[in-house]
Design a protein around this ligand. Sequence first.
Ligand SMILES: [Zn+2]
Length: 244
Amino acid sequence: MRLDRSQYSRIVVLTGAGISAASGLRTYRGPDGVWEEHEVEKYGHADALVNRPEDTWRLFGGMRQPVLNVKPNAAHLALAQWEASLAPHQEFLIVTQNVDALHQRAGSKNVVELHGNIMFTKCSNPTCSLQAYRDEHAHADKVPTCPICGSVLRPDVVLFGEEIPALPSWTVKRALRDCDLFLAIGTSGLVTPAANYVRGAEYAGARTILVNLEPMARPNPAFQEQYLGPAEKVLPELLGTDEA
Ligand SMILES: [Zn+2]
């Protein structure tokens, strides 16, 4: 099974934790993760940032070194190669739930990060003029504060209890409106945002495909096709980048 890329002019690809698994990046949730689910929801919650920012940093700061230590895998590379091979009139957007920036490191150009980027730090004061900046420090010992306004600094990721910021949200909605090919990779086809996005793509008349390790627990009829297996094996074949 190979996708004929020339048939599509507006392609949207949604990626989740499953695409980074082969890079050796343990998801921070779930049984193999560094943290228990309930700990992530507690320390990763917006309330923790207000009351115990040291917990926020312990959780997310501690993920920085593991992210620096891994490399993009064959799935990331296949998507980057595919994007580079498209004609100028073809639009292509990767929408990722991951905060590891592995798509950009693989060479992908058009990437929307729904949940932010773990390697960036920003001010917790939304009216502060400090720009988010790249920061490799874990800040495990001391919570950093803003040089401009003195507020607590925070990792530039969407915390539990926070909404996806307006700009990425709007960019995705706009791309889905006239999308003709929608791929969801390494993400459950049943939970938001994948479930909502695939419905949007379906309304637009797109071909909709799920690539995941496991089949959906219950079928989501908005997905017309499903390819099962590790993304780093399935994608190069599906996209035809293994031919090059
Ligand atoms: Zn500030």
